[in-house]
Design a protein around this ligand. Structure first.
Ligand code: G1P
Length: 293
């Protein structure tokens, strides 16, 4: 059973500056909801109810967004705004158990995940990055949990990482895996390299921000060295593999968006606009009126 998800949202969002001076990138709106709400929806529809947010200074708005705002509720009641009240309540009631952990110093993704050790309490858990969205019929995390559970019949203490094929020119932005295919969508990982050059990349399979870890990962997160000021999650994954733990890469079904950079954010907005018939109409008329293409 995977009951808990760790959501690291402590990053500074430098690729989205200057807005991220004051607004966490995870709170930027994609049409009608902040990015983080899409991520939370995916987690909740994967039947995980305990969400552990790793935040840092200036990121408290993410917690407040999902927390109960009693004065706003009373204000909307007094002003007789039942529809708005319903909207607010819906968001506030999404997360059954919300845990906030602070990463006091920005020491990388590996360090952020390690901050969750006490809250995770020695059970397998998910890690979901707050700026990677996956639009899929079956939520990406749910697909992974199903594969994780199937594998549990034949092995133990295993972990799963979602991967997708990316082009050579983009490979330097990701953790990249290499291994042996053991199923249609499944690869047993032998090697992971963080942000390799196109020449060094062992394959075109890039890690996206979805992981299911055996809690033994915490032991390895404590052993890895700091590289250029950061503890890399991929280094702990490699150490876990070197010590005989099974880690699988899963080629998920769905479309993934990186909202953490300007181009990716724009594509995400367009994708969700096109999915909405009224907004799709607005977009088509706009393109035609302005003779864009
Ligand atoms: C992180 C991970 C990387 C992974 C990526 C997915 O990098 O370190 O292995 O491929 O997320 O989005 P970041 O984007 O935080 O630099």
């Amino acid at each position: 059973m995977i009951r808990k998800a760790v959501i690291p949202v402590a990053g500074l969002g430098t690729r989205m500056l200057p807005i991220t001076k004051v607004v966490p990138k995870e709170l930027l709106n994609i049409i009608d909801r902040p990015t983080i709400e899409y991520v939370v929806d995916e987690i909740i529809s994967s039947e995980i109810n305990t969400l552990i947010f790793i935040i840092s200074q200036g990121k408290g708005g993410i917690i407040d967004y999902f927390d109960t705002n009693l004065s706003l509720r009373s204000f909307l009641k007094e002003r007789n705004k039942p529809e708005l009240l319903k909207k607010v309540e819906e968001v506030e009631e999404k997360i059954k158990q919300l845990i906030e952990v602070r990463q006091k110093v920005p020491e990388g993704l590996g360090h952020a995940v390690l901050m969750a050790e006490r809250a995770v309490e020695n059970e397998p858990f998910a890690v979901v990055l707050g700026d990677d969205l996956v639009d899929a019929e079956t939520p990406c995390l749910k697909q992974m949990i199903d594969v994780y559970n199937l594998l549990s019949n034949q092995t133990q203490n295993h972990s799963i990482i979602a991967v997708e094929e990316v082009s050579k020119k983009d490979i330097h932005r990701y953790g990249v895996i290499d291994g042996e295919r053991v199923g249609d969508n499944l690869i047993k990982i032998k090697k992971v390299v963080e942000k390799p050059s196109p020449e060094e990349a062992p394959s075109n399979l890039a890690i996206i921000g979805r992981y299911i870890f055996d809690p033994v990962i915490f032991e390895f997160l404590k052993k890895i060295p700091k590289v250029q000021g950061e503890y890399q999650l991929t280094d702990a994954i490699q150490l876990m593999i070197n010590n005989g733990y099974e880690v699988y890469a899963y080629l998920f079904e769905g479309t993934r968006f990186d909202t953490g950079n300007k181009e990716g954010f724009f594509k995400t907005v367009l994708h969700y606009a096109i999915k909405n018939p009224a907004l799709k109409e607005v977009l088509i008329s706009f393109v035609n009126e302005r003779k864009i293409c």
